[in-house]
Design a protein around this ligand. Structure first.
Ligand code: FE
Ligand code: ZN
Ligand code: FE
Length: 202
């Protein structure tokens, strides 16, 4: 099925229009992330990764609220077109959740998906912060900067987790064929054990 871009109904005559458009786009992105993160928490196996996703979920709720307040301060609602870029990035994460994967390999894949989310956000927030500065919206620039720093820290945390634990475990994960072999060997051992127990107990 062909997906069509939903036309934005906003008129973009000025940089201010574009600024507000970007804020709404970011708001849409954050709302989608708030829906997606609980699924990432569930899908993650590693305890630290689960808690990193959970922490970022709470942070993301605050980020969405900041955008709401910022838009309200400009006399705008947070309603706007759906951020299609984030929709696509999150869809890839969702596909990763659905893969028939070794849990440690999946965790590594979840990090790869989550880092795409963070980088996409950082790009959008960076542009919005620049517009805020240009337009003299000092408070907006400051608020956006706070969020950019949080996204950067979340990204950095994931890199650290991947490098120190998750990718290392994923690398050590047995391939599917050796997993199957292990299973066969296990069942042979337990079969032999059963035979032995039968013999001994009569
Ligand atoms: Fe965010
Ligand atoms: Zn977008
Ligand atoms: Fe984020």
């Amino acid at each position: 099925m062909e997906s069509r871009a939903i036309p934005s109904l906003m008129e973009l005559d000025t940089l201010r229009d574009l600024y507000l458009h970007e804020l709404k786009d970011l708001y849409s992105a954050e709302k989608q992330i708030i829906k997606a993160l609980p699924k990432m928490v569930k899908a993650a196996s590693n305890r630290q990764l689960k808690s990193a996703f959970n922490q970022h979920l709470e942070q993301t709720k605050r980020q969405a609220k900041r955008l709401e307040d910022l838009l309200a301060g400009h006399g705008e609602s947070s309603r706007g077109p759906k951020c299609q870029g984030m929709e696509g990035v999150l869809k890839e994460g969702d596909e990763m959740i659905g893969e028939d994967a070794d849990e440690e390999v999946r965790d590594a894949g979840l990090i790869a998906a989550a880092q795409r989310v963070e980088h996409y956000e950082i790009a959008g927030y960076g542009c919005a912060r620049t517009y805020a500065e240009l337009l003299g919206d000092k408070k907006g620039a400051k608020v956006l900067d706070t969020t950019i720093k949080e996204e950067g820290a979340a990204d950095h945390k994931l890199t650290k987790l991947a490098r120190s634990v998750i990718n290392v475990k994923a690398k050590a994960a047995p391939s599917k064929s050796s997993r199957a072999k292990n299973k066969r060997e296990q069942s042979m051992v337990s079969g032999a054990l059963k035979d032995f127990v039968k013999k001994v107990t009569g």
